[in-house]
Write a protein that binds this ligand. Structure first.
Ligand code: NAP
Length: 490
């Protein structure tokens, strides 16, 4: 339990009593929270702690390698990390190397920005068959995430099913159908490039349980698929007939994306067949009921046709009793991500988020146990929105922090004690400079083979590459403070 009895007489956020905040997780929401704290107008010291030796979370390991512009958000985050008030602690796992209560005893504020690191399950028969994969694992694998490097994906099949109508599903369709020579120039993991080179995929079936109006993918992502020279997107005109509630949804505020999607889908439905070597079939109102195969290997996906019921804006898929199947050797479940429980922190396991009010866990007089503890990003609101959504989300959380400053004013030693504690525990900390060194090597290796970067997917290789002075025992690097990020790679 963290004691909050002793108070400091100097107001918190002054030069002589800076607000000491630590952010757990260095993905977009973590970095946007860091930026909002720096911009708050108060004197702050901001520490960012990260499980992997590499920063940027979803930007590095979630955004598709061909989405170069989206990935360039890491340049903005690099700028934030180089602010003298920021210190990065890579390769440190909260809940293992140090726990949340310990962080709360060292810092005035702990912001959890741990994202969504597990998959929603379908809970149907055959989910464990070989050939059935979780989207998150596939995305991590082609992006060189150290947790997924050892996975194997067999793409030597003509037909693939992707379940879910979100942007992750679209990313997977695009990756599977993009010419290999285009991918070769990106920072896609080498092991993925080799498997995609062997791919025999000719058709991808993208299956959603609701209708075209309820699809969660965004027009920009759909348009990219539709405009691809390499693939034809095939939509049946019957799938685009709408019930009155769907028509009403299209006239409701916020229907802009759905209207644009419908326009694109209608154009696809009118298209005559072309000479593309690959096809993506969009299926609507089909819900998966089971996957079956022989010798524990997938060869068929079973579905039940759905009809939409409920008022406009709240329509749900209801089974009709009519079934259908799709033959496939490979299937990706892309039905959304969820957060996971952090020891000592409340968790809503049905939603996969930490329950909070505008990012605050403990309000004075409300839940005193959690005063000083905040959340932001996907662990706060669920896996929704685009990268930029996290900026407003983190600003909302930091607004609560600023409003709470008076209640947070108890002595906290911050990074000096964190450094001592991690040194005592003999943890190897990867500083931001160490990361810049790793990044420089990745770029050099990539340029040598015509890629933007060749990602290092092994944590042990990254740790051996960073020089001896990046260890927790050396405050110059681990406790970078003013020089953090300014000193160039070793
Ligand atoms: P998502 O947008 O929530 O889509 C999940 C899909 O899975 C929905 O179509 C949902 O259908 C379906 N689904 C859920 N449970 C199901 C079940 N039991 N059976 C059948 N279908 C089921 O999730 P996501 O695609 O993983 O994306 C996560 C977030 O990342 C989104 O905000 C997305 O926009 C973002 N993202 C953005 C980009 C980009 O900007 N380029 C790229 C990738 C991801 P219902 O609608 O019926 O629930």
């Amino acid at each position: 339990m963290v004691s909050r009895t002793q108070t400091d007489s100097t107001p918190l956020g002054n030069e002589s009593n800076p607000l000491r905040a630590i952010i757990v997780g260095s993905g977009p929401s973590g970095f946007y929270a860091a930026q909002a704290l720096l911009d708050s107008g108060y004197h702050v010291e901001v520490d960012v702690i990260e499980r992997l030796p590499t920063p940027f979370g979803l930007i590095r390991y979630g955004v598709a390698p061909d989405h170069v512009k989206l990935k360039s958000a890491s340049d903005v985050f690099t700028g934030i990390a180089q602010d003298p008030r920021i210190c990065f602690w890579g390769n440190i796992t909260v809940g293992c190397d140090i726990n949340v209560d310990e962080l709360r005893s060292l810092f005035h504020v702990v912001v959890l920005a741990t994202g969504s690191d597990s998959d929603r399950k379908l809970n149907i028969a055959g989910e464990d068959l070989r050939g059935v994969y979780a989207a998150r694992e596939f995305v991590g694998w082609y992006n060189g995430h150290p947790d997924h490097t050892d996975l194997t994906f067999d793409l030597r099949h003509e037909s693939v099913v992707v379940i879910g109508h979100g942007n992750v599903a679209i990313d997977i369709c695009r990756l599977l159908t993009t010419p290999i020579d285009t991918l070769r120039k990106t920072d896609i993991a080498q092991h993925a490039l080799e498997v995609l080179f062997e791919s025999r995929i000719k058709e991808v079936h993208l299956v959603g349980r609701r209708g075209p109006v309820q699809s969660r993918f965004t027009p920009k992502e759909l348009r990219e698929l539709v405009l691809s020279d390499n693939v034809q997107v095939i939509v049946s005109p019957e799938d685009l007939t709408l019930n009155p509630a769907c028509e009403m949804e299209l006239s409701m505020p916020g229907a802009r994306n759905a209207l644009k999607n419908m326009k694109l889908l209608n154009a696809c439905a009118k298209q005559s067949s072309n000479q593309c070597s690959m096809s993506i079939y969009l299926h609507f109102r089909k819900s998966p009921t089971a996957f079956s195969g022989t010798d524990s290997k997938l060869n068929r996906a079973h579905f039940e046709m759905q009809r939409l019921t409920g008022a406009a804006g709240e329509q749900r898929a209801q089974p009709t009793g009519i079934t259908c199947t799709l033959d496939a050797g490979v299937l990706f479940k892309s039905v959304g991500y969820q957060g996971t429980r952090l020891p000592g922190v409340p968790f809503d396991s049905s939603l996969g988020v930490i329950p909070n009010e505008k990012g605050r866990l403990g309000a004075p007089g409300n839940s005193p146990n959690f005063v000083g503890l905040y959340v932001t990003g996907w662990i706060k609101r669920g896996a929704t929105g685009v990268i930029g959504t996290n900026r407003a989300d983190s600003i909302e959380t930091v607004t609560q922090i600023v409003a709470d400053l008076k209640c947070l004013n108890t002595p906290r030693k911050g990074r000096t004690l964190l450094h001592r504690l991690l040194t005592d525990r003999a943890r190897q900390v990867v500083s931001f400079n160490d990361w810049l060194h790793i990044e420089k090597i990745e770029r050099a290796r990539g340029h040598a083979v015509g890629k933007s970067a060749e990602k290092i997917a092994s944590v042990s290789e990254m740790l051996s590459l960073v020089s001896a002075d990046s260890h927790a025992g050396n405050p110059k690097s681990a406790l970078g403070g003013a020089e953090n990020g300014k000193r160039h790679a070793h």
